[in-house]
Design a protein around this ligand. Structure first.
Ligand code: ATP
Ligand code: MG
Length: 429
């Protein structure tokens, strides 16, 4: 077995303040409580099969003295259901379980850690965050754009922040890793712990990311609307664009849940428009057979077909071409040229999907992630993130997770289930 090690700030010299609740013992974990990478016999052949991850949870001995610990929280990148739940969970856990009384909320992403922006941090207390999980978005605000690592660490030093919780996507976690490196270079005793955010559910080595269930439940509502629209007109086509820049998990799950979807288009599976095997002919066949059709397209699908928008966003992420509008125009033009009446309704619910409050499943998941993150940080673990693997909460090194993305396997079970559900041609090239 090959242990995936988590960097540590040093030996744990303080007894955990967590105490028995009634007659229930605290389920302390040690670093020897581990979760195996593979839980199938087939998986034993995979290169990672020898890996094991540290299980999250409270440690009996901790690194930081709670009475002298100052905590900071920052949220970066795009919105995702559950951000407020995580903030609330961290604040509750710090105050109520560890007795920490100084928790700063940095405003507007990494900008809040750079003093010249003048975003004054919030002091977060349990009373002030009690209701925030009922709202979407993040009470701290967010931003994109690279910030100087040195200046951010200066701020942590100036404010005496011992633990920084960073909630964000791949970019944010790369930034967190850089902050942790700078802290190490300066010989400081500060922990950086990430809680990964991605609405696309595309983080490696994680069962699921928070907010995903809420997002896809919301996406299912949009699928239902697209279906209703498609059924209400002669040759109705409901075209729905969903999140999914590099991975099509939301599109796949939304289609499976609704089961009234005729075509799912995702970044992992190429397709062409023209030709006998292309999407347009397949759509014509489907309309002839059923009189209506629903197409769900992930935003990163078919990028080689539509003209990609120029440039990058503030964080350096490539801007994508609008595949939804491209499909709308192509489909309309195709049927117009054939003098065939088609009533296409295009729905793009992306901001609605990502800005809703988390649903109860995600409420629970976010609470557990926040609790795990605080336990890990208090034990002096750093440059890591918390996540769930095989239904257990685990610690993962930041660098291990940010080097790639999880994808829908075009030869795997999920994609096969989608093909069975939609009845779309397996190959559209
Ligand atoms: P989303 O899922 O919404 O894309 P994200 O966390 O990937 O979330 P980004 O805007 O890409 O969002 O990045 C968030 C922040 O992290 C930005 O302020 C960005 O400049 C910073 N960042 C990204 N990569 C790095 C890096 N290598 N070093 C330092 N900071 C980084
Ligand atoms: Mg990103």
């Amino acid at each position: 077995m090959l242990n995936v090690d988590i960097p540590s700030l040093g030996p744990c010299q303080f007894a955990s303040p967590l105490h028995q609740i009634g007659s229930t013992e605290v389920p302390f974990k040690t670093d020897q409580d581990r979760i195996l990478y593979s839980n199938t016999v087939r998986g034993l052949e995979e290169p990672e099969s020898a890996l094991s991850f540290e299980e999250a949870g409270p440690r009996e001995q901790i690194f930081f003295d709670p009475a002298r610990t100052t905590v900071g929280i920052v949220t970066c990148g795009g919105l995702c259901p559950g951000l407020n739940d995580i903030i609330r969970g961290i604040v509750y856990q710090c105050y109520r379980q560890y007795g920490i009384t100084k928790v700063y909320g940095f405003r507007y992403g990494y900008e809040g850690l750079v003093q010249r922006y003048g975003h004054t941090p919030l002091m977060l207390r349990p009373e002030s965050v009690a209701q925030i999980h009922n709202f979407g978005g993040t009470i701290l605000g967010s931003s994109r754009g690279q910030q100087p690592i040195g200046e951010m660490v200066d701020t942590l030093e100036d404010m005496g922040v011992d633990i920084l919780f960073v909630i964000g996507g791949d970019g944010t976690l790369r930034g967190a890793s850089e902050i942790a490196k700078e802290i190490k270079n300066r010989g400081l005793r500060k922990a950086v712990v990430g809680i990964p955010k991605t609405i696309d559910n595309d983080i490696m080595y994680l069962d699921k990311s928070f907010g995903f269930e809420t997002a896809f439940a919301e996406a299912v509502n949009a699928v239902k609307c697209a279906y209703t629209e498609a059924c209400g007109a002669v040759n109705g086509v409901g075209l729905l664009k969903l999140m999914g820049r590099d991975s099509g998990f939301i599109a796949c799950y939304a289609a499976l849940a609704g089961s009234n979807v005729d075509f799912v288009l995702i970044p992992e599976v190429s397709f062409t428009m023209e030709g006998t095997a292309g999407l347009l002919e397949a759509l014509r066949y489907r309309l002839a057979k059923r009189g209506s059709a629903v197409i769900v397209v992930a935003e990163g699908a078919g990028q080689e077909l539509c003209q990609a928008a120029d440039g990058t966003d503030a964080s350096g992420n490539k801007r994508y071409g609008d595949i939804g509008l491209f499909l709308k125009d192509q489909i309309n033009a195709f049927f117009k040229a054939r003098r065939m009446e088609v009533n296409l309704k295009y729905i793009d619910p992306s901001y609605i999907v990502r800005s809703v409050p988390a649903n109860p499943q995600d409420n629970v998941y976010c609470s557990r992630l926040a609790q795990s993150a605080v336990h890990a940080a208090m034990a002096g673990k750093t440059s890591m993130l918390v996540g769930r693997w095989h239904n257990a909460f685990v610690h993962l090194p930041l660098d291990m997770v940010t080097h790639g993305r999880r994808k829908v396997d075009s030869k795997g079970e999920l994609w096969h289930a989608v093909l069975e559900s939609t009845g779309q041609p397996a190959i559209m090239v």
